[in-house]
Design a protein around this ligand. Structure first.
Ligand SMILES: Cc1cc2nc3c(=O)[nH]c(=O)nc-3n(C[C@H](O)[C@H](O)[C@H](O)COP(=O)(O)O)c2cc1C
Length: 426
């Protein structure tokens, strides 16, 4: 590992620590306006910790049941929220999510370039192909994943060419505009764009989705991939694969930074951290957990008492069909090593359901895991998804990040003021 290789860290702007709490609890924002204030505050905290960027996911669909359980599932338009945050911060990157399945490239090219100007070179675009929402755009049923990725590739190409069509030098040196005259499978766009490029260079591109088509798309254009990586081995495999694919596209092998979501539950003691993890998933009934365990491992535990021990001999044969081999192997290992009670098994991250990297424990525990993954070549950084409590987020920013700085794995101060500079994109 070279000595100067450092982590890139982003913070998701979503109050994930409220999961499992009662909506009436004190720290629940009472309006969308309060939620927006909270996001501005979080972005300032991220900037104080010198994080690379804040990040907003986005879905163009409403699930009433989900909103009833978790009011923060309703959110304002992410690009507008980030534009407002640009005025309250100076350094931290601002990565918005815009779907290529439900928008048009000219408008997105302009919005992204506007955010870039308003923030002085700090905008980033998380390109998603989306998994739902077609009914809101008159193109139901949802196009197939292959079609969505074909559209994403054309969309992104058009946006990049529109950015180039109106260079910054038009304003400074009298360079000329260039129409792009694009006619493709999905879009016809003449150009040029009506907003000039920013001298910082174009906004970095993020991509979320790691199927074969997703990886190829990321390898061809993305500067970073936001992945769901449930364990270190999966990270090593994805990162190695993206390096090969990037080279095949004529890019530097490290062109696509691998930044998985890290859903953490931090507390002063391990017991408290695990209590927070349990609380966040308390809404899942026994029946739902039984079903999830069956899907993850092929193990049927319906009717079994919660204090029963789950031992290796109860495990079904390895060749059973399971939803995710990665999750199945992780859970098998846990059972073989610990012979836990059924209650403990039904509380495990593999069962209660995040496909993200989940880390639960003290600052030292989670720090140790991050360092291990980084040194093993599984990640280039991560996007922090703070779970459990507001204190968990504070422990992360005030203690864990400084511990990474002390080890030389994260910046002590910003070396530049644009997102490209933070990510080390030349
Ligand atoms: C970590 C992660 C985050 C994602 N975030 C979003 C999002 O914010 N909005 C959205 O519409 N789709 C989101 N997606 C969906 C992807 O854009 C994509 O449509 C989906 O993952 C299918 O592609 P895949 O088979 O390559 O994973 C996300 C996917 C992943 C893996």
């Amino acid at each position: 590992m070279t000595k100067d290789r450092q982590l890139h860290i982003g913070l998701v702007l979503a109050a994930m620590w409220r999961k499992g709490r009662d909506a009436s609890e004190d720290d629940t924002p009472s309006s969308l306006r309060d939620a927006w204030d909270l996001h501005v505050g979080l972005a300032r905290m991220a900037e104080q910790a010198k994080l690379d960027f804040v990040f907003k996911p986005d879905y163009l669909v409403l699930h009433p049941a989900l909103v009833a359980r978790s009011p923060s599932a309703v959110s304002l338009d992410p690009t507008m929220v980030l534009a407002s945050i640009a005025r309250s911060t100076e350094m931290v990157g601002l990565v918005t999510t815009v779907s290529t399945t439900f928008n048009v490239p000219y408008v997105v090219a302009r919005q992204m370039q506007s955010l870039h100007w308003i923030s002085n070179g700090r905008a980033g675009w998380n390109i998603v192909t989306s998994i739902e929402g077609a009914e809101n755009f008159g193109n139901a049923p949802m196009p197939s994943p292959d079609e969505r990725y074909r559209k994403a590739a054309e969309f992104t190409d058009v946006v990049r060419r529109l950015w180039q069509s109106h260079p910054y030098e038009v304003m400074t040196e009298g360079a000329s505009y260039a129409p792009i005259n694009h006619i493709g499978e999905f879009f016809s766009v003449k150009g040029p764009l009506n907003v000039a490029g920013h001298p910082a260079g174009p906004p970095p591109l993020f991509q979320a989705g790691a199927s074969d088509a997703g990886r190829n798309f990321a390898a061809s254009v993305a500067d970073a991939i936001f992945g769901s990586i449930p364990d270190m081995q999966a990270g090593i495999e994805l990162r190695a694969d993206l390096r090969v694919r990037a080279e095949r596209h004529g890019r530097d092998p490290g062109a696509v930074r691998v930044l998985p979501g890290l859903y953490f539950f931090l507390a002063r003691t391990r017991e408290e951290a695990w209590r927070l993890h349990r609380q966040a998933h308390a809404h899942l009934t026994r029946e739902k957990r039984d079903e999830a365990l069956k899907a993850v491992l092929g193990l049927d535990v319906s009717g079994m008492p919660l204090d029963a021990r789950i031992t290796s001999d109860l495990l079904p044969a390895c060749d059973q069909f399971v939803r995710s081999r990665t999750h199945a192997d992780l859970l098998r290992r846990f059972i073989e090593n610990h012979h836990p009670t059924l209650d403990d098994v039904l509380a495990r991250p593999e069962v209660v359901g995040s496909a993200h990297w989940v880390s639960v424990g003290t600052v030292e525990d989670v720090l140790g895991e991050i360092v291990e993954w980084f040194e093993a070549g599984a990640i280039d950084g991560f996007i922090a998804l703070p779970g459990g409590s507001f204190e968990s987020l504070q422990l992360f920013l005030n203690e864990l990040v400084p511990a990474l700085v002390a080890r030389g794995l994260f910046r002590r101060d910003y070396q530049g003021s644009t997102l490209r500079e933070h990510l080390g994109i030349g």
